[in-house]
Design a protein around this ligand. Structure first.
Ligand SMILES: O=C(O)CCC(=O)C(=O)O
Length: 173
């Protein structure tokens, strides 16, 4: 789906433990930093069974066809200014219940959100991994750094990205 040349963009564990009723608003993953070409993907692997009660993901099917959506900025609110949260017509939104070990893959423009975990006894842990074209750049045209997982890249800083890490995975000081 991305092509022969792929880099890792983010790896993230999102734990929504029982009793954490905080929702995560509608957004596109490309809202975290617009990557071009626009074919970056997110894979989401459920580490626990997840459903509407314990905060499963919701998506708006086919919403990736709308392209990059700019969040409306509320300049009076400094937090909102930084937010990637979008106001969305939810009428066609659907929950995506998953069994532990199942994975889904979605496009960087797919609108998604999650509700809080209202289960009294079930945690909701998810692994998010994002991948992009090895030459993907931000809108300022600088390359997004990340490990080259497959193929080649024209950017030496991406090709050498992993060699910048020390053996224990930390960055040199
Ligand atoms: O953890 C969640 O419930 C949603 C997280 C998410 O969608 C994201 O980090 O992009």
């Amino acid at each position: 789906m991305i092509g022969p040349n792929i880099k890792g963009v983010t790896s993230q564990l999102t734990f929504k433990m029982r009793g954490n009723t905080k929702a995560f608003g509608w957004h596109q993953d490309n809202g975290y930093g617009e990557l071009d070409p626009y074919n970056a993907l997110t894979t989401l692997t459920a580490l626990d069974d997840t459903d509407e009660q314990n905060g499963c993901l919701w998506i708006v099917p086919a919403s990736h066809q709308r392209g990059q959506i700019e969040p409306g900025l509320n300049l009076a609110d400094k937090q909102a200014e930084k937010s990637i949260e979008l106001v969305v017509d939810e009428s066609t939104a659907i929950p995506v219940p998953m069994r532990a070990g199942e994975a889904i893959v979605f496009h960087c423009w797919m609108l998604h959100k999650s509700q809080g975990n209202f289960s009294p006894d079930r945690d909701r842990r998810i692994l998010f991994l994002r991948y992009a074209d090895a030459d993907a750049v931000y809108n300022n045209r600088r390359p997004r750094l990340g490990p080259l997982l497959r193929g080649v890249t024209k950017f030496p800083e991406v090709a050498s990205y992993e060699s910048n890490f020390l053996r224990d995975g930390s960055l040199p000081r």
